[in-house]
Structures are given as C-alpha cells and as structure tokens.
Design a protein around this ligand. Sequence first.
Ligand code: IPT
Length: 265
Amino acid sequence: RTLGLATSDLALMAPAQIASAIQQRAAAQGYHLVIAMANPDSAPQDTVNELLAQRVDALLINLPLDAAQAAQIQQQCDNKPVLFLDVERSAEVAQCQYQSESGAQQAVDHLVALGHRQIGVLNGPASSASARARFAAWQQALAAHQLTPFCVLSGDWSAASGYQALLAQLPDRLPQALLVANDQMALGAMRALHQHGVRIPAEISLIGYDDTAESAWYQPPLTTVRQDLQQLGVVSVDRLLAQLEGGDVTEKTLETELVLRETTA
Ligand code: IPT
C-alpha cells in the first residue's frame, strides 16, 4: 500500500523535516511513501497529479493552499482520502494543522514581560495562509497589551529574505524585539544584525517560529515557537490511515509552544 505526499520546496527546513517524519511514520505503519515536490512554475494540481499517476491509495498535502484550491484538489482526488497540512482554516476539507494562537501569545507575553513595547514582526509570504495566521495571532496577542506592531517586514521563508528584510531597517530603524515567522528567516536576520554589530539579545530580542532541528544550534541559540514536526508526521499519517480505513475522523489541531533559549532578554 502506498501513501502520497505533495510537499512545498524541500530545500526549506520545515517541509523537509516534516517529510522525514511522515516517511518514518508511514514506514513504521507498513506503508510505502511517494513524494512529489511543488515546482514554482506549476500549479498545485500538477504536483497532486504526479502522485495520482503513481496510484497512491491516500494523500497528504503539505502545500500552502487557500480554501478554493483545496476544494479543487479534493475533487481531483475523487474518492481517495486526502488530508491537508497547510490550508486556510475555513476550507471544508480534512485538516491536520498547528494552531498558531497559543505559541504566538506566549511569544508576545514573554516579550512584554521583559519590558519591550516596540515589537516588530517579520512575516512569511502573504500567499501562505499559515503566514497570515501567524501574523493575525501576533496582532491579536499584541492588541491584548494595547500594542500594534512597531514595524511589519516580510520575507519568503528563506534565510536570504530575512537577511534582506533586516538590512532594510539597519542601522537605526530597529524595534526592541522582533517576532519572526520562521526560524530560517530568523537565521538571516541574525546574520544582518551581527554584520552591523547589533548584539542579540542585549540590543534586540528575537523569537523565531518552527523550532527546526538546527534552531538550538544558532549563535545564540534561538528562542522560538515550537511546532513539533515529528508529532505532525505521526498524527497526520495515523489520521490519513484512519480515513483510509473508513473510520470516523475527528479534526485535530496541534499545539504550538514557546521554547526559551538565548535570543531574548
Ligand atoms: C511552514 C513552516 O513553518 C515555514 O517555515 C515554511 O517552511 C513553510 O512551511 C513552507 O511552506 S510549516 C507548514 C506545515 C505550515
């Protein structure tokens, strides 16, 4: 029996680590996994078609999708079980996703408790529903402290884009603290700050998002909002298999939580 995974670019750390976790769980459950990776020049439906052509029995979709795209893919898969990992919440399809509110709120509360009021954000791409959800969760948590973002920067999830976003603010338009939508952009942001001699966390606090395997090895080790990528692998495969067996599948959201390391003070 074969499962299919349609995934965003595996050159990105989080999708790569999610794919690895899914592969491990599928193997442990006795399933073969086929992977198709999104290509910037083609539609998500094309990536899904690659899997269907390989006769997979059920599909996991880790592609950033809005509700309409997800509905289209659901149709395209006919009556095969499909589970979406990165889709607009309102989509009426089976989902297995992290909820961003808890982690985002813990991150903001932590910065406010440290005395920061000028808190900026570095968003992921606006085309990603997950990036938009993180931004909304930060805004909501900031509003609870009567705050609005000190600055709103954005990138494309890559370290290079985080580096560029910070260079545009340096040397003298920095917030006291910055919430970053993923750890890779935080890596690039840290590089730009180091280049300008800005000390982390003495002069600026940073909080990432993901907690990829590398994040504890940044210099200094990154404080971040953890999405347990290993857990996503286990839960998404098990849920898909439950769908395949025709069982009653309840929605499950995974929690996010702040992991304190050394980039905040
Ligand atoms: C999401 C990651 O958090 C982000 O860092 C980036 O890699 C993105 O994927 C790529 O699409 S995780 C996803 C399951 C929302």
